[in-house]
Design a binder for this molecule. Structure first.
Ligand SMILES: CC/C=C\C/C=C\C/C=C\C/C=C/C(=O)SCCNC(=O)CCNC(=O)[C@H](O)C(C)(C)COP(=O)(O)OP(=O)(O)OC[C@H]1O[C@@H](n2cnc3c(N)ncnc32)[C@H](O)[C@@H]1OP(=O)(O)O
Length: 280
């Protein structure tokens, strides 16, 4: 039997995400809670939320609009069952022209800078697998809640013959420390939900999206009495070192990406990896 309290809690979690807010892209759905001002942003690029230039651009525009429209917080999630994001769209990196590769990488950098530095409180509601770029999105939020124990998360780039760029690595170091990051990245480890919880890569593991929304509410509640400016500046200082590296080294980072990704053996490896995914 449902108690009155359970009913009230359930209603308060489910009902308020009613007001839609146009992201301007069919790939990103945004619902704003008209009572709290918290936005739930859901990626919806079938089949696996591969982060291509279009989706990255749409996410970036969404983050900008939410800030401009004074949202009070953001939950970043997915509308695709069992997939948070499969990471960077490998087809964008395979056989790409230098112009397209540059545009792709610059869009990724801008999206990350915006997400990582937003003054909004951010929660990753990880309702599916989150390898590589998917893990980066989740790690760039302030709080991570995974729904269900069957998913994996991690930076598995070395398994594809790639390396995670310095700012991906630094983002992970800031969460689980250098020792665990080195172990995980050199082996391309994808953590199970339980392992991720144990190591602190996720903050909570819950059984349902309803519970994840309740955890997010609780997280946002921490800042109810904290002035936004003080909160935002504090977040800035804590994140400054990781962020500043990319802000100061964008061109260098793009060159490293372009030079490495176009190496014949790297392209060959990406082609084989894509084929292996398609054969499954
Ligand atoms: C030497 C150094 C070189 C460069 C260094 C410089 C910079 C570093 C550069 C890049 C950093 C890279 C970051 C990344 O994010 S790379 C992406 C890594 N992602 C993965 O390894 C995940 C791969 N996907 C999966 O494991 C599974 O798809 C997943 C568990 C997510 C879902 O499984 P499911 O069974 O539900 O779906 P599938 O049947 O596997 O896939 C459906 C469909 O989607 C295609 N697919 C999957 N993932 C990707 C992807 N990341 N990009 C593009 N396409 C993808 C898959 O091929 C299927 O296609 P189709 O058969 O045509 O439907």
């Amino acid at each position: 039997m449902t108690t009155v309290l359970q009913h009230v809690v359930r209603r308060s979690i489910l009902r308020p995400f009613a007001k839609s807010f146009s992201s301007g892209s069919p790939l990103v759905d945004v619902q704003v809670n008209d009572k709290t001002g918290v936005a739930i942003v859901k990626m919806g690029r079938a089949p696996v939320n591969g982060l291509n230039t279009e989706l990255l651009g749409a996410l970036n525009d969404t983050f900008d609009s939410l800030e401009k429209n004074k949202a009070t917080g953001m939950i970043l999630s997915s509308s695709i069952p069992n997939i948070y994001s499969a990471g960077l769209d490998i087809s964008e990196m395979y056989n790409g022209t230098p112009e397209n590769l540059t545009k792709f990488w610059n869009t990724l950098q801008s999206m990350w800078i915006n997400l990582y530095s937003t003054p909004l409180p951010t929660v990753a509601l990880i309702n599916g697998n989150a390898p590589a770029g998917g893990c980066l999105l989740a790690m760039s939020c302030e709080y991570r809640v995974m729904v269900g124990s069957k998913f994996v998360i991690g930076l598995n780039e070395t398994q594809l013959g790639l390396f995670a760029p310095k700012w991906f690595q630094d983002t992970m170091v800031s969460i689980i420390g250098p020792r665990q990051t080195e172990l995980a990245l050199t082996s391309g480890k994808l953590f199970s939900a339980q392992e991720a919880l144990k190591i602190g890569l996720i903050d909570e593991l819950v059984a349902s999206e309803e519970e994840a929304l309740a955890s997010s509410d609780k997280f946002f509640g921490l800042f109810k009495r904290i002035p936004g400016y003080a909160r935002g500046q504090t977040k800035n200082f804590v994140r400054a070192e990781v962020l500043d590296w990319l802000l100061k080294n964008r061109e260098h980072d793009t060159k490293v990406f372009l030079n490495s990704i176009q190496l014949p053996h790297v392209q060959k490896g990406l082609g084989l990896y894509l084929q292996s995914l398609k054969k499954k």
